[in-house]
Design a binder for this molecule. Structure first.
Ligand SMILES: O=C(O)CCC(=O)C(=O)O
Ligand SMILES: [Fe+2]
Length: 283
């Protein structure tokens, strides 16, 4: 952190002190930071070699064909395409993307804390996933110390389920289940009902605000980094024959008070289902 930096315990790049602190920051990623502050996401070129892209695709294919492959819970699958988790435990190529230097550097600059990769999800094809904010899945105290890097290993466009985002939505109010006056769920089954209520709420919010949804057409090796509360999803797949090899990594940050699972928390009652960041951390 720079001398004189007026530091509240909130992510610099999302804070009201963003403009104030600019003068104390190095110029290196300033243009990215301005875009992230305004729109809630940036696209960066990771300059991954063709060879590494191909190797990662090969490894993801091997994972998908392996027996007992670990996936996200059923409720987060919107088609039969697998969302493969923990691939970093098996393949160096996947782990390397979790720790990609450019992503880590950029996030340090944005958040003024050390980023900690906490998971990897690999995709072969699009997800058809409705708009949501990742903060409904991973939360922190202080708030908003969460972001994701979604990496295209091949081209994404209108037809193979590119990522869609709602620019500026990272500034919307934070949503948690207690706002819907729902009881704290005790099982995945209960949570899945509540999650549908949440998704329905987001869809109504989008309609009522008449806001624009932007499709991010990425080149192989480009990544989109999105902020904690940014609404995003997977565009409906048009061409079912197309693949969409990709990886998303979520990051929390070092030296927060705690991180928690908002799914099994009740924020209005001050009850937090704590997560152990040391255990989540990808070493
Ligand atoms: O890959 C997609 O289509 C969406 C993935 C996503 O939103 C996530 O895993 O947080
Ligand atoms: Fe997401």
């Amino acid at each position: 952190m720079q001398k004189n930096f007026l530091n509240l315990n909130v992510p610099w790049v999302e804070s009201e002190l963003f403009e104030y602190n600019i003068k104390y920051k190095k110029k290196k990623y300033l243009e990215y930071a301005k875009k992230y502050n305004k729109d809630g996401y940036v696209v960066v070129d990771l300059k991954i070699s063709k060879k590494d892209l191909e190797k990662t695709i090969q490894d993801i294919s091997a994972l998908a064909n392996a027996e007992g492959v670990k996936k996200n819970p059923k409720i987060y699958h919107y088609n039969k395409n697998p969302r493969i988790v923990e691939g970093y435990k098996k393949f160096k190529s996947i782990k390397n993307l979790c720790k990609n230097k450019k992503i880590i550097d950029l996030l340090k600059y944005f958040y003024e804390k050390k980023p900690i990769p906490i998971n990897s999800i690999n995709f072969i094809r699009g997800t058809d996933q409705p708009l949501h904010s990742d903060y409904i899945h991973f939360s922190s105290m202080p708030h908003k110390y969460l972001c994701a890097a979604w990496i295209a290993l091949e081209k994404t466009d209108d037809r193979n389920g590119a990522i869609v985002v709602v620019p500026g939505s990272h500034k919307f109010n934070l949503i948690d289940y207690s706002l819907f006056k729902l009881k704290t769920p005790t099982s995945m089954q209960e949570l899945s009902k509540f999650y549908k209520i949440y998704e329905n709420y987001v869809s109504k919010l989008i309609k009522s605000k008449k806001i624009k949804i932007k499709t991010l057409k990425l080149k192989p090796g480009q990544a989109v980094i999105w902020a904690a509360n940014l609404l995003h999803g997977g565009k409906k797949i048009i061409d079912q024959s197309r693949t969409r090899f990709s990886q998303v990594v979520h990051y929390h940050f070092d030296k927060c008070d705690f991180v928690y699972n908002p799914g099994f928390s009740n924020i209005s009652k001050g009850q937090f289902a704590l997560r152990d960041l040391k255990k989540l951390k990808i070493n």
